[in-house]
Design a protein around this ligand. Structure first.
Ligand SMILES: O=P(O)(O)OC[C@H]1O[C@H](O[C@H]2O[C@H](CO)[C@@H](O)[C@H](O)[C@H]2O)[C@H](O)[C@@H](O)[C@@H]1O
Length: 279
């Protein structure tokens, strides 16, 4: 099984570095849209059946592997089927954009706990949505008191309603010291101070990474791509992979990527091809 060729020179160099010294490479992956196919109901999302096996074949050959996701860490572990898998004994899941951490080694989640601005915004949300709409199909996702998300995918006008929500949700976030994290038919209100780029850099430093592969599919992954790009200047080769191939994939991500693969199935195939090459 051939490893796909990156379209950039820096991407090709990073792939060579990863293959030359896998034991010094770190793999970091987003969850929704990257390992788990996008589905209408966020509570029904599950990792591609090949994801955990492909990760388990690859992770033991690397310095470390992590999932970095907007999901609560515990939810990503459950929806991913990552717990108790042979080969994933050292997997780390960084949830809520890095605010939470689960380590397979201990099975414990460390979280800063509920945020009072999120609690206050959550209380005001139903009345705000009722005033603006009402829009049938709009769904509020609770994220353990650390964030609250408004989804429009299941409405009859996902793009239009998302646009109509942008400013009111930005105002609500600002009123409670929160930031808005935009995603695929979702606007999320969460505390500032952490993003996937910050989380990725801390993880790479912790593991002494000498190279990195990061794969993502959404706007929240751009911060991680930016970290990979910046660390190249420090001599850490990095490969940015976009899981794209659908009309809703943000063009900014594909533009910033060194390699584009077709969604979660393409990511799983990439992981499998890397594991095969390292055998
Ligand atoms: O960082 P990620 O792992 O990519 O998580 C980002 C958000 O993903 C989820 O929403 C997205 O996936 C849903 C299921 O496929 C889809 O219905 C929705 O339209 C997408 O935006 C999740 O619900 C959010 O909590 C995550 O922050």
């Amino acid at each position: 099984m051939a490893i796909p060729t990156p379209q950039t020179a820096v991407g090709k160099a990073a792939l060579e570095a990863i293959l030359a010294r896998p034991e010094k490479a770190v793999l970091a992956l987003d969850f929704d849209g990257t390992l788990a196919p996008i589905v209408p109901d966020p509570e029904q999302a599950r990792a591609d059946p090949g994801a955990a096996p492909a990760l388990a074949a690859l992770a033991p050959r690397l310095a470390a592997a992590a999932i970095i996701t907007g999901r609560p860490a515990e939810v990503a572990v459950r929806y991913g089927g990552f717990d108790g898998v042979e080969g994933l004994e050292h997997l780390t899941v960084l949830g809520q954009y890095g605010a939470e951490r689960w380590d397979a080694r201990t099975g414990e989640v460390h979280s800063p706990g509920p945020h009072e601005g999120v609690t206050a915004a959550r209380t005001e949300l139903p009345a705000l949505l009722e005033r603006l709409g009402p829009w049938e199909g709009t769904w509020i996702e609770e994220k353990g008191g650390r964030a609250v998300a408004v989804h429009t995918r299941r409405t009859n006008d996902p793009d239009g309603i998302l646009e109509a929500l942008r400013q009111p949700l930005a105002d609500l976030a600002a009123a409670h010291g929160l930031v808005v994290e935009p995603g695929r038919y979702v606007l999320e209100l969460r505390p500032p101070g952490i993003d996937k780029g910050v989380a990725l850099e801390a993880f790479l430093r912790e593991k002494g990474a000498e190279s990195v592969l990061y794969a993502g599919d959404d706007l929240g992954d751009l911060a991680a791509f930016a970290t990979v790009t910046r660390l190249r200047k420090e001599g850490i080769p990095g490969l940015c992979v976009a899981a794209a191939g659908t009309a809703e994939a943000p063009p900014e991500l594909a533009a910033a990527a060194d390699l584009t693969v077709p969604g979660p199935a393409g990511v799983v195939a990439l992981l499998a091809s890397l594991a095969a090459a390292m055998r």
